[in-house]
Ligand binder design. Sequence first.
Ligand code: AP5
Length: 218
Amino acid sequence: MNVILLGPPGAGKGTQAKILEDKLGYKQLSTGDMLRSAIVAGSDIGVKAKAIMDRGDLVSDDVIIGIVSERLDKPDVIKGVVFDGFPRTPAQADALDKMLASKGQKLNAVIEMKVDDEALVSRIVGRYSCATCGQGYHDELAKPKVAGVCDVCSGTVFNRRPDDNEKTVRDRLGVYNRQTAPLVAYYHRKGNLHVIDGMAEIAKVTSAMTSILNQVKG
Ligand code: AP5
């Protein structure tokens, strides 16, 4: 099962991809996480990507297609992939079709998460995560049970992404509308687009996604 979660920054792609991985065993493939790991590792890709990501622009198609192609060669994706933040341009969508076809696979579903722009800004600006285990939190929407202590690993150091400030979030939304939103029509024409309400509670969004996946599995 290969599924794309399509939606603007803060739509909940990462949240749902992780839940689907844990529940159903499909691997989350987040190009944003892969780039952030490259930055931490100090690799050539990371050094080049950092400034681009900090201002909310897109990293070049060649770099992204290269890292996704390498990732899809790993054996742990055999059961399927939840694409989180990829593809983001028509060139990436075209490359994904070719990568999957070359492995005798196909895209089973594209799920567009419909959300409200102002809610996205507040979701992202309040977001932070545990520096030790990566568990996500939010200043208002999802606080740890004990202030300053991670519920999962008891870590006390937390990180905020450098691109999670209001100005960059609004720039990222503009980039999404100009460069990624045209993929909605692309997948609609191909007949595998499903649209869900991304403003619903997290559990309801998961349930809507799970029923789509059950339906396309047949
Ligand atoms: P990336 O890391 O992909 O960021 P993004 O697309 O901007 O998405 P986010 O991670 O901000 O949001 P999300 O939709 O995953 O939401 P989340 O689940 O975290 O990309 C970062 C950068 O890398 C890009 O700007 C670009 O520079 C580069 N890049 C990455 N991929 C690329 C590509 N393919 N091509 C070129 N460049 C690329 O949720 C957000 C918050 O909301 C959380 O606090 C969460 O708890 C909360 N929340 C989630 N769901 C709900 C809900 N239903 N109700 C209430 N709160 C919710």
